[in-house]
Design a protein around this ligand. Structure first.
Ligand SMILES: Nc1nc2c(c(=O)[nH]1)N[C@H]1C(S)=C(S)[C@@H](COP(=O)(O)OP(=O)(O)OC[C@H]3O[C@@H](n4cnc5c(N)ncnc54)[C@H](O)[C@@H]3O)O[C@H]1N2
Ligand code: MOO
Length: 418
């Protein structure tokens, strides 16, 4: 079954009139409000569900555990034990996981029972085998032991018909364990978001090619393609286009037939060779977002034949930071998932920094010895700092003077879904 959601509106990226420098929170709120899922729905078996986005709430088909059972290897009987010594006669037979004891255990008798075995009729309490001596005919043990000790109630984990997973969740190994345990073999998920990645610029060559002096290797494309893959989407390599508007237009036209969202990098600002922003502007649905963020001022958002385009800045650090902060949550929604606000951690700074008001700043950072270290340079072309880093420090929109030991907000890369 394939069910398709309606297309996005052409003006979904329009900014409110009169806003010149859009604060990060306003930009995020607009994306959250305007975007909606663009992917259809399909049914997949659990083996193919990892990383997929749930299309509907999932209800347990049966309880976990389905029947009361033993949490330990030991001996089962009815009722607890009073303080003091006890000798309890043993019934013949045993209860094992998957091999139920069909008889009934009479009051005052015990039965050998193994971990995971359903409790036989007449058993509600289990004593650990380590706490027992036995000659095969009876067990000797010491109380007290509460009624119900070492026994697991039916449904104590999950009741049948309980909602176990909710629409919009991205499925993780633990979620698949829960679905399997509660009797599900297939799930309704969103079709995987197809993320097209395109690099622009005359100066670029692909790694592996020969670079003339003045040419540089395309770093953004491998970065953004692998980012899409790591987020659980289907990366689509749209290649690299020189600063030629006609070629760029043709590439965008064919991409729009094939993908759900396009990430481009380079040519996003307003220079002579910034063909990406010029082309998007021509298309009519271009919104040039001047976001009060560093790095990443020029972020071009547009609809190209109904497909949302994130025109990322060419500087790799800006492209990466803008992807994490803006494209990751936006793509999550396009993919049918929840809007993901990253989970930050308050940690003491291991650095000093004086920051001017007016822009939110993100620094490449990592945690060492309980403190946040930042990369030695804020240069937007310093790719080594992205690789050095394990997350970003966020400095608020206002002026800030940070001294070592002051608390700062650290977002691990993982908090953006990576
Ligand atoms: N006069 C102004 N110049 C610049 C401004 C400005 O406001 N006024 N903003 C600067 C900022 S901030 C950024 S970020 C860049 C953004 O420019 P573009 O998005 O147009 O990007 P390009 O000019 O094409 O490239 C910038 C830089 O990044 C390198 N690059 C591009 N693509 C890749 C790639 N795939 N892999 C590796 N490196 C790439 C490119 O060679 C340039 O060095 O504009 C500033 N200028
Ligand atoms: O986007 Mo630019 O790299 O802010 O520095």
């Amino acid at each position: 079954m394939t069910l398709k959601p309606p297309p996005l509106k052409n003006d979904c990226f329009a900014l409110p009139a009169g806003v010149n420098w859009t604060p990060v929170d306003t930009a995020l709120a607009l994306l959250k409000e305007r975007l909606h899922p663009v992917t259809g729905i399909e049914t997949v078996v659990l083996a193919h569900a990892l990383g997929r986005v749930l299309a509907e709430d999932v209800v347990a088909q049966r309880a976990n555990p389905p029947l009361p059972n033993s949490a330990v290897d030991g001996y089962g009987f009815a009722g607890g034990l009073a303080d003091g010594e006890h000798v309890i006669p043993l019934m013949q037979g045993r209860a094992a996981a998957g091999l139920a004891f069909e008889g009934e255990v009479s009051a005052g008798q015990a039965i050998r029972i193994l971990t995971g075995a359903s409790l036989p009729k007449g058993v509600d309490t289990v004593i650990l085998e380590e706490d027992v001596t036995t000659d095969g005919q009876a067990i000797a043990c010491r109380g007290p032991l509460k009624t119900g000790a070492n026994a697991r109630r039916a449904g104590e984990d999950v009741e049948a018909d309980e909602v176990i997973l909710t629409a919009g969740q991205k499925l993780r190994p633990a979620d698949l364990a829960l679905a399997a345990a509660t009797g599900l073999s297939e799930l309704m998920v969103r079709r995987s978001l197809r993320v097209g990645v395109l690099s622009t610029g005359d100066e670029l060559v692909d790694s592996g090619e020969t670079a003339r002096p003045g040419q540089i290797f395309d770093a953004n494309r491998p970065m953004l393609l692998s980012l899409a893959a790591q987020l659980g989407y289907t990366p689509v390599d749209l290649g690299r286009v020189e600063d030629d508007r006609a070629v760029l237009r043709a590439r965008m036209d064919s991409a729009a037939q094939d993908v759900d969202v396009i990430l481009t990098s380079g040519g996003a600002s307003a220079g002579d060779e910034d063909h990406m922003s010029a082309l998007l502007r021509e298309s009519g649905a271009m919104q040039e977002w001047r976001i009060a963020v560093k790095p990443g001022r020029p972020l071009a958002l547009a609809m190209w034949q109904g497909v949302p385009v994130f025109g990322l800045p060419g500087n790799p650090v800006a492209a990466f930071v803008c992807s994490l902060v803006f494209a990751c949550p936006a793509m999550s929604v396009l993919a049918g998932g929840n809007w993901r606000a990253p989970q930050g951690f308050q940690l003491p700074a291991g650095f000093s920094k004086k920051k001017k008001p007016g822009r939110r700043e993100y620094l490449r950072a990592r945690i060492r010895a309980g403190q946040v270290e930042v990369f030695q340079s804020e240069g937007s072309g310093r790719i080594s700092g992205l690789s050095w880093g394990e997350g970003l420090v966020e400095l608020g929109d206002g002026a800030q003077e940070i001294a070592p030991g002051d608390m700062v907000t650290f977002y691990p890369y993982e908090s953006f879904g990576l």
